[in-house]
Each structure stands twice: as structure tokens, then as C-alpha cells.
Design a protein around this ligand. Structure first.
Ligand code: NAP
Ligand code: MG
Length: 499
């Protein structure tokens, strides 16, 4: 059999033949929003309208939550033999893999991400996430707790009930999978609200869930804007809300939970992560290439972006030469072209926001690379990879999350200074340190206030085994790993008196 070369032409032909579903998925079927209102789903690559998508609001939230509640109360999902739930989720993951090209294409068109990334990271990563949590279902047990001799004490995990998942646009399917896979594995019903900037893959996988045999009502997808997210967060019959997005909205979600039914709240929020290069860095070339990847991968629209590069003064010049060289790979290009490493910024508003930070940077720092909008495709939203030398860490571009391809370089003279500057942030999502010294590596890792620390690497750990999440205002709880599964359960103590 001849294997097809998946070049730009291939993806353009697939695009021309693509049928896009824009309806909500509630109680096992696609349907319109009650208001019959829609919004334009725009492709950031060329600013064309891909589809009209249903704008769900509070009335649709009520419908989806009721469907999820009915399914949960009927025990059609949590009540299955764990092996059967596992098999169903594995079928779903297999269907995601079978439709990988279609899903990667949808993601690239909808979010401007390079096809080289959606085919290798987003879609296979989502399938793997579903598989991993499916496999965990029949291996995740409770405890028999030590108790007085006349008692048997059981500690068991039970599903929480109806879980709402509200997710952002930078990894639309993958961030959704990090929530719905453990939530479903634990036996909950899920109502997923994708960002209105990137709703298409979530809508599509709902059909695949049904095909895999996930019962109606167990998995629902509500496209819509912040209003739909707010209605979910305020809903009295949602038992848990899992949110990935900005710190600002995360704070609101906590308030909504407090103002309604005290639903469990799990937040994965922003970051301004430090990447520290010490003078004994074992491999300057690799460190420089990795530093470029850390900020420019996914257009810098990364919660873990290594957006603050802390370099020791002694190696600064040698390092920056290499960094600028490595950054040229990220010239913005057509997201559908497999050779493109940097695609489009999600929309006009985000483009303006990032360009605003670049303007601020020009006033408070020295521009080393980029600094302009790029004309990759007419109408599309592209920005050059941009690097600033910030003389001090208090510059605005060095403190605030930009969520775009803008790097701030900060120079330091001592290890203590590096750690102090690295930790001087409201965030604490990730951090990295480059050193050849084992003791320094361990000591600095311990001092860094972040949920993930990388030593001599960045963004490693595609495996599901590592919990992912933030200290401080980067959030609470963790995605990935068995710790994430626990987040979607209640703990029950059962005490049985024998005599
Ligand atoms: P966002 O504006 O906070 O939106 C996130 C989600 O919340 C979207 O679905 C959004 O809907 C919805 N939303 C907006 N306002 C809401 C409200 N008042 N109540 C309830 N829901 C509301 O964040 P974003 O711009 O999409 O994503 C970028 C942020 O996500 C960055 O800060 C980034 O660091 C963070 N992020 C964190 C992680 C992590 O794991 N820590 C991973 C990825 C991204 P609409 O988009 O439809 O308005
Ligand atoms: Mg879009």
C-alpha cells in the first residue's frame, strides 16, 4: 500500500472536503442552542469563518446539567463493571486515533496551531490521556483502614457527580482531555465548555464518545462564551468545576462556587515561568535551543512558557547568540504547512494584547529580536518571535503573563539572586535550572516555588505519570497522574461494627 505524503496540498484538500459540526452535544445528541443564537468560529490562520457555532447560555447549561444528573442518578456509567468502563473509554481513544487527521486539521484550522504539532502532540496526547485514565480504572482501589478489633473500616473513593470542565483555547482538545478523562474514569458525568475561540474538536469528539458507547448524558459539550462558563460555575447542581484558564477568571470561579453550592473547584491558571541558566550549564547549544522552544513553541500560548530567561552574566553573550540563532526556526508560517514551527495567534484581541506588550517592552527594555506583526498569510494573526533584554526583573513584560511569543531576558550575578528573582512572582507553575552540579540542581529545585521543576531540560514529561499544576496563583489541584483521578472523587469512610 502506498503511504500518502501529508504535505500542504494534502491538508488543503482535506480542508476543502471538511464538514464541520457546530451544534451543542447534550444528552447523547447534537442540538441547537435554545436561543438559536450562533457565533462565528474564525480561523486565526487566515481570518476566514470556519463555521457558525451554537452560542449556548444558561438555558442550555440547565439542559446539559439535568441530562448529566439524570445519567449519574441512573448509575448507567459509574454502575458499570470497572472493566466495562475501561473498555468503553479505550474504544473512545481508539476512535480518536482513527480520526486523528480530521481532528488535527480541525484543531489547526480552529486555533492556528501548526499541523506538525496537532498531529504529534494535541491529538495523540488526548488519545493517550484517555487511554491512561481508562487503564487506571480497574487498578485504583480504596483502603481497609486500621480500626478497633470490633470494626471493619473501609475508605473508598466515590464519583462526585456532575463535573463541569471549562477550558481554554491554547490546547483545546488536550486540556479538555486532561479534565474529562480522569473525571469520566472516576465515574462522573461531565459537561465540557470549550472556549468559543476553539470549540470544534470538543464538539467532534462527543460524537466519537457516543459511538464508543458512553451512555447519553454522561458526556456533554456546550460551546459558548464566558456566560456559559459562569452559568456552570454558579449552577446549584454542578458538584465540581475543573477550570483551566486565566488567573483572573479562576478567581471569579472560586467566588461563583462560594456564592452558590460550594462545588469543588480545581484551577489550572497562568504562569510566568523562570528558566535559569547557571554558568556551569552542561550544554549551551542545547540549553539555548530549549530556551527558544520553551517560549516560542505553540506561539508562546503556553501556560508553562519559559517567558523569563535568567542568564548568568558570565555566559550571557555566548548564550544570547545561540538563542537568537535557535529562535529563527520559529518564523511564522501557514499552520497547515508541515514545515511550519510557528502558526497564528488565536485572534485579533490576543494579537492586539501581545503587540501592546511589545510596545511596552520597547519603552522599558532593549529589543534583541522580532518585535512586529508578521505577514505570513493575508488576514491572519501572526507575530514574530520576540526577545527583549530587560535590565531589571520589575519591567512589566518581565512580570505579567503575555501568553504570546515574547521572551524577557534577565541577567544575574549570584545563585541566590537568581532564585530570589525566579520566585518573585505571583505565579508558580513551572521553572527550570541548567547546571552540571548535582548538588546545585537539587538545592535549587527545592527552593523554586513551582509545581514542576525541570533540570537541564524544559517541557519534558509528556507522560501522564507526573502531576501538573501550580503553586500560588497558578492554581490548585493537579492535572494528570493518579492525583488527578482523586480530584474527581469524594472520600468515604465506612465503619462496620462486627459485634
Ligand atoms: P480565560 O479567558 O480565563 O478563559 C478560559 C475559559 O473560561 C474559556 O472557556 C472561557 O470562555 C471561560 N470563561 C471566560 N470568562 C468566564 C467567566 N466569567 N466564568 C466562567 N468561565 C469563563 O483564559 P484563556 O484566555 O482561554 O486561556 C489563557 C489562560 O489559560 C492563560 O492564563 C494560561 O496561562 C492559562 N492556561 C493554564 C494552563 C494550566 O494548566 N495551568 C493550561 C493552559 C492555559 P471563552 O473563551 O469562550 O470566553
Ligand atoms: Mg477558532
Amino acid at each position: 500500500m502506498e503511504t500518502q505524503i501529508k504535505d500542504l496540498k494534502y491538508w488543503q484538500a482535506r480542508r476543502a472536503a471538511l464538514a464541520i459540526e457546530g451544534r451543542a452535544f447534550i444528552d447523547g445528541m447534537y442540538r441547537h442552542a435554545r436561543s438559536h443564537e450562533t457565533f462565528d468560529c474564525v480561523s486565526p490562520g487566515d481570518a476566514t469563518v470556519l463555521a457558525r457555532v451554537e452560542a449556548c447560555n444558561a438555558a442550555d447549561v440547565d439542559d446539559a446539567v439535568s441530562a448529566a444528573r439524570r445519567a449519574f442518578d441512573a448509575n448507567v456509567w459509574a454502575g458499570l463493571n470497572p472493566r466495562d468502563r475501561k473498555a468503553t473509554l479505550l474504544r473512545w481513544a481508539a476512535l480518536v486515533r482513527e480520526h486523528a487527521d480530521e481532528l488535527a486539521l480541525l484543531e489547526t484550522l480552529d486555533a492556528g496551531k501548526p499541523i506538525a504539532d496537532t498531529t504529534t502532540v494535541d491529538v495523540p496526547g488526548a488519545a493517550y490521556c484517555i487511554e491512561w485514565f481508562a487503564e487506571a480504572i480497574d487498578k485504583f482501589g480504596g483502603e481497609v483502614a486500621p480500626a478497633d478489633h470490633h470494626l471493619v473500616g473501609l475508605v473508598t473513593h466515590e464519583p462526585i457527580g456532575v463535573v463541569a470542565a471549562v477550558v481554554p483555547w491554547n490546547f483545546p482538545l488536550l486540556m479538555a482531555a486532561w479534565k474529562f478523562a480522569p473525571a469520566l474514569a472516576a465515574g462522573n458525568s461531565v459537561v465540557l465548555k470549550p472556549s468559543e475561540k476553539s470549540p470544534l474538536t470538543a464538539i467532534r469528539v462527543a460524537q466519537l464518545a457516543l459511538e464508543a458507547g458512553i451512555p447519553a448524558g454522561v458526556f456533554n459539550v456546550l460551546p459558548g462564551g464566558g456566560e456559559a462558563g459562569k452559568a456552570l460555575a454558579l449552577h446549584g447542581d454542578v458538584d465540581c468545576i475543573a477550570f483551566t484558564g486565566s488567573t483572573q477568571v479562576g478567581k471569579q470561579i472560586m467566588q461563583y462556587a462560594g456564592a452558590s453550592n460550594l462545588k469543588r473547584v480545581w484551577l489550572e491558571l497562568g504562569g510566568k515561568s523562570p528558566n535559569i541558566v547557571l554558568p556551569d550549564c552542561p550544554d549551551l547549544d542545547r540549553a539555548a535551543k530549549t530556551a527558544a522552544d520553551a517560549i516560542f513553541y505553540n506561539m508562546g500560548e503556553m501556560c508553562t512558557a519559559g517567558s523569563r530567561l535568567l542568564v548568568h552574566r558570565d555566559i550571557k553573550d555566548a548564550f544570547l547568540d545561540r538563542l537568537i540563532d535557535a529562535s529563527r526556526r520559529y518564523a511564522p508560517g501557514n499552520p497547515l504547512d508541515p514545515s511550519t514551527a510557528m502558526g497564528a495567534i488565536i485572534d485579533q484581541a490576543q494579537l492586539d494584547r501581545v503587540l501592546g506588550y511589545i510596545e511596552a517592552g520597547r519603552r522599558e527594555a532593549t529589543l534583541l529580536l522580532g518585535g512586529s506583526r508578521a505577514p505570513a498569510i493575508e488576514g491572519g494573526f501572526y507575530i514574530e518571535p520576540t526577545i527583549f533584554d530587560t535590565s531589571h526583573g520589575d519591567a512589566r513584560i518581565a512580570r505579567e503573563e503575555i501568553f504570546g511569543p515574547v521572551l524577557s531576558v534577565i541577567t544575574f550575578d549570584t545563585l541566590d539572586e537568581a532564585v530570589r528573582v525566579a520566585n518573585a512572582s505571583d505565579y508558580g507553575l513551572a521553572a527550570a535550572v541548567w547546571t552540571a552540579d548535582l548538588t546545585t540542581a537539587h538545592e535549587v529545585s527545592r527552593k523554586l516555588r513551582a509545581g514542576t521543576v525541570w533540570v537541564n531540560c524544559y517541557d519534558e514529561g509528556g507522560d501522564m505519570n507526573f502531576p501538573f499544576g501550580g503553586y500560588r496563583q497558578s492554581g490548585n489541584g493537579r492535572d494528570k497522574s493518579l492525583h488527578a483521578l482523586e480530584k474527581y472523587t469524594e472520600l468515604k469512610s465506612t465503619l462496620i461494627r462486627l459485634r
